[in-house]
Design a protein around this ligand. Structure first.
Ligand code: ZN
Length: 240
């Protein structure tokens, strides 16, 4: 049997894998009135998969009214321009990453790592410049079915955010923490400031949620908060 193009992780909240083995995920929140908010848009190749998932969910492209970006990297914003054009949705992102989305340039890499210095010299790696309709800041609650709270967790990029959906109890960690063969950090060379990534991830230990949903890897539904707190303790970035 072919794999379904999306997984409903809580009523009205879907994870849409856009790469094999759940390595890269987008999310769709379907409001009671049928409006859809998309979180992240995968690589340039992802829009076909996301469109297929939306029709599997039963949503038309015109029902997507908002596209939220966790951050401005090519594996999250690569499909942005195509999807923004297809749906006519407003693009919203943190104020510190909005300039990168508008210019199509990935924020600076952590040059303290060899990989970061190498990546910095490679051409391309960006995405198509796209207009951002609305910029948000830490603590803002977006008008997505029951409220989607912005948790600014800079480091991976200056405007990187996690997103807490109040009604479903889902936390989207963004790239603060990966769940690829267990919890782990993003490779340092993908980060603007790797030390800051680790430091701000401790914010995820303080929040209340019932599901940890990752942009890289499958969700954790069984004790996600304990799993994340244990990881942070193991990594010695949280002490209590
Ligand atoms: Zn990523």
């Amino acid at each position: 049997m072919a794999k379904a193009p999306a997984t409903e992780i809580r009523p009205g909240v879907y994870r849409i894998p856009t790469a094999p083995w759940d390595l890269v995920n987008s999310y769709a929140f379907v409001d009671d009135d049928g409006q859809v908010t998309l979180v992240d848009t995968g690589t340039k190749a992802a829009p076909k998969k996301i469109s297929a998932a939306l029709s599997w969910i039963g949503s038309a492209p015109s029902q997507v009214t908002r596209i939220v970006l966790t951050h401005a990297h090519p594996d999250h914003a690569g499909g942005l321009n195509t999807l923004a054009n297809e749906t006519g949705a407003d693009v919203v992102a943190h104020e510190a990453d909005a300039p990168s989305l508008r210019s199509g340039r990935t924020p600076a890499r952590d040059l303290s790592s060899f990989g970061g210095r190498l990546l910095e010299r490679l051409p391309g790696g960006g995405f198509t410049p796209t207009e951002v309709a609305e910029e948000f800041v830490d603590g803002q609650v977006l008008d997505v079915g029951g409220g989607l709270e912005v948790v600014h967790t800079p480091g991976h990029s200056p405007g990187h955010v996690a997103l807490l959906h109040h009604r479903s109890g889902i936390l989207i960690t963004g790239d603060s923490i990966f769940n690829v063969r267990g919890l782990r950090w993003s490779p340092a060379f993908f980060c603007t400031n790797f030390q800051l990534t680790k430091k701000t991830a401790t914010r995820l230990a303080e929040l209340d949620y019932e599901v940890a949903a990752f942009t890289h890897g499958p969700q954790i539904t069984d004790g996600p908060r304990d799993a994340i707190r244990d990881f942070l303790r193991r990594e010695r970035v949280a002490t209590d």
